[in-house]
Each structure stands twice: as C-alpha cells, then as structure tokens.
Write a protein that binds this ligand. Structure first.
Ligand code: ADP
Ligand code: MG
Length: 371
C-alpha cells in the first residue's frame, strides 16, 4: 500500500518559484496497478522522486508499504517525530524498484552485469548472484541475452533488462516513469503485458506514470489525472473512461478512443461533422449496464428521433465492455428532446458536440459542450 497525503513541493529558482506538487493525496492498494497521467510538466516525475525520497517534498505525509508514516516538515522527512536516518532512507529505496523512459543501463556492462549490479554489496556470494540474475532473466524472457551489451538490444529488450534490474532486490513496489514512452507500439504492448504479468505473478504494486491514456487503459486498475501539480480527478479506469469529469480527462479519453477523431473533425470544420438546422451532433457512451440492449432502436421507435451514425467504437476495460458512437440526431425538436432523455435514462451518456440551433438554450446547459 502507498498512501500520500497533502504533498507539496516548490522549487525555488533564480527566475522564480515553480510549484510542482500542490496538495497531492492518493492511495494505492497493495498489489494493484495505479496509473498517474498528465501532460509534460504536470509534476509526475517530481511526485515519484518524492515517493522514494530522491527528492524531499516540502510538506505532507507518506506511507510506503507496511512502514510507519513519514512526515515531511520544511522539507525534512521524519518517522515517529525523529529525522529519518540515511539507513532508513536507503531501506525505503530498496523496497521500490524504478524504471525510466531511457532505461538508464550501463552501456559498458553486459546484460548479466547490469542486472547483477544492484546485487553487489548486498552480501550475496557470486553463486547466489548468478542464480538470481538467471531467475530474473527468465522472468523477463531474456535468458539468451545474458552476455550481450545493451547496444545490441532493441528498445523493448533494454526495458526488460531495466525491469529485471529494478526487481533484483525483490521490491514490493515498482515505479514506472514513462517506461514505454520511447518504445514503438509493439514493444509498448509487450512491456505492458510483462508489467501486468509481474503484478499478477509476484503481487508487485505498480505505479505507472505516463502521458499516454492508452497505457493506463491497457493495464491500470485506478488512475489519477494530474494537471499543474494537482490531482484533478481520480477513480477506476472504467469510470474515468465512461464518464470523465474534467476537461483534461475528456481530452485524454478522446486521445485514446476512435471517437476522439470527431474533435479534430470539428476543429477542421469537416463536412461530416457539420449539422443542419435543428440537428445535434452527439457522442454517446454506452456503459456496461446497457450492453446487449437495443437502446438505440428502442429510442428511435419510442421517440421518433433519428440517428445517423458517423463513428463507432467498442472495447473491454477491466473486463467490462464500453462502447460509444458519434452521430447526428435529427427529427422534430420534441422527438430529439425525448430521444436524449430516453438515452440518458438508459445509461447512455450523451454529449452534445455541435448544435444546429433550436435546442441551444434548452439542452446544452445540462450537457457537456467542449470548449
Ligand atoms: N529539479 C528541478 N528544479 C526546478 N524545477 C523543477 C525540477 N524538477 C522539476 N521541475 C519543475 O517542476 C514542474 C514539474 O516537472 P516534472 O515533475 O518533471 O513534470 P512531469 O514529469 O509531469 O513532466 C515543471 O515545471 C518542472 O520544470
Ligand atoms: Mg516526467
């Protein structure tokens, strides 16, 4: 378990102060995968560095694993009212593995030696170290690469080595700071699959920092959205995707869904996205409750509203189906009104993206219209 309460961090630079963390609080359950998503500069890397005390937050509280609470006051970490000793800090860091975007491998060492590196000075003899490294290589699927150098590996393979090295000391927690950001889609997929496997097999808790929604969507259980040093939204991955509560979350969700294409089409004033007078361009999100029901057909039959389909998408998130479509609603003003009510009463989230007049005042106030 990781618990973070009211964490604040400001960097004091000659050019002025930069506040990287503002009252950040969240909780990661033991054995879960927790995603933290935000654009560049949101404070994500600062947050992970504060978690493993590579950086001291100015104020706040931390609890890492089963350890006692660390209280930060004026940038000083203390446990039980006493300043933490270097030994306590090192013990905490040993319990947290880290992987990064650029792998941080030592180029002059072989894969074997890179992984063995953190095991030196741990009192293990050569035979035990060898045994552990071979175990780790097997865990990440690189048994045949023990004697090659990092330069001979693909990006995905390098990240596997970095993962093996991070796990050498059996840490219960793995922090991943943009670990797939330098990888192509295929390697990204294989690394995410590996992280999920390690999470399941070893029960390791993973904190996944990323700017890519597709990454969070693929393996995280819960997600926090960060913007300008704050967590602006937090929840299960399914809830965030089916019903994002903030503008930035909506942008992230759109970025990883086929339905997000419509935002660009609207911006580019594409013909397809233009509505005629009296029509509404809508994005409908079908939550798990309404999968398998003929909501659209029934809505049309019962209310007389007509839907012209533009885009459709469906996927599984955390084992539950989530579908959506973008289309144009047409018909009499009354049938459109009733149609929207019908959809909303049947677990179909309805966003009006473009409004061809008529409904403007009556509808959009309760519905999201992207800025
Ligand atoms: N060591 C540092 N000194 C000064 N400013 C920093 C330092 N590290 C991060 N920052 C600033 O803090 C903010 C958050 O940065 P960072 O945590 O790296 O964000 P992210 O990882 O989300 O891109 C940025 O404005 C960045 O410039
Ligand atoms: Mg970063």
């Amino acid at each position: 378990m990781i618990e973070v309460k009211h964490l604040n961090k400001t960097f004091h630079l000659k050019s002025g102060d930069v506040t990287a963390l503002r009252d950040v609080s969240f909780r990661v359950e033991k054995g879960s995968i927790y995603g933290i998503i935000g654009y560049s500069g949101a404070g994500k890397s600062t947050l992970v560095r504060c978690l493993n005390l590579l950086e001291y937050a100015d104020s706040g509280e931390l609890r890492i694993g089963d350890d006692r609470e660390i209280v930060l006051q004026q940038g000083r970490p203390a446990i039980g009212g006493r300043k933490m000793t270097a030994r306590q800090e090192n013990a905490l860091r040993r319990g947290i593995g880290m992987i990064f975007q650029h792998f941080n491998l030592l180029d002059r060492l072989t894969v074997f030696d890179n992984i063995a590196y953190p095991l030196k000075h741990t009192g293990k003899n050569r035979i035990r170290i060898r045994q552990r490294v071979m175990e780790l290589l097997e865990l990440v699927g690189l048994t045949d690469k023990a004697d090659v150098f990092p330069s001979q590996l693909s990006g995905g393979q390098k990240q596997r080595v970095a993962i093996a090295r991070a796990l050498a000391g059996n840490p219960p927690i793995l922090l991943s700071d943009e670990a797939t950001s330098a990888l192509d889609p295929e390697a990204t997929e294989s690394i995410l699959t590996l992280l999920k496997e390690l999470n399941r097999k070893l029960g390791i808790t993973v904190v996944l920092i990323t700017h890519e929604m597709a990454v969070v969507k693929r393996i995280a259980d819960r997600v926090a959205v960060m913007e300008e040093g704050r967590i602006v939204e937090e929840g299960s991955v399914y809830d965030l995707f089916s019903n994002p509560g903030t503008e930035i979350s909506r942008r992230f969700v759109a970025s990883s869904s086929l339905l997000g294409k419509i935002d660009r089409m609207i911006r580019d004033n594409a013909d397809l996205a233009n509505v005629r007078e009296g029509e509404l361009l809508v994005r409908l999100t079908f939550e798990k409750e309404c999968v398998g029901q003929h909501v659209l057909t029934s809505a049309a039959k019962e209310t007389g509203v007509d839907l012209n389909l533009l885009l459709a998408d469906a996927e599984y998130l955390q084992g539950s189906p989530l579908g959506g479509i973008v289309g144009i609603l047409s018909g009499t003003p009354e049938s459109i009104e009733k149609g929207i009510d019908y959809l909303r009463n049947h677990h179909v989230r309805t966003e009006v993206l473009q409004d061809g007049g008529v409904h403007q005042n009556r509808r959009t106030e309760s519905l999201h219209v992207p800025g």
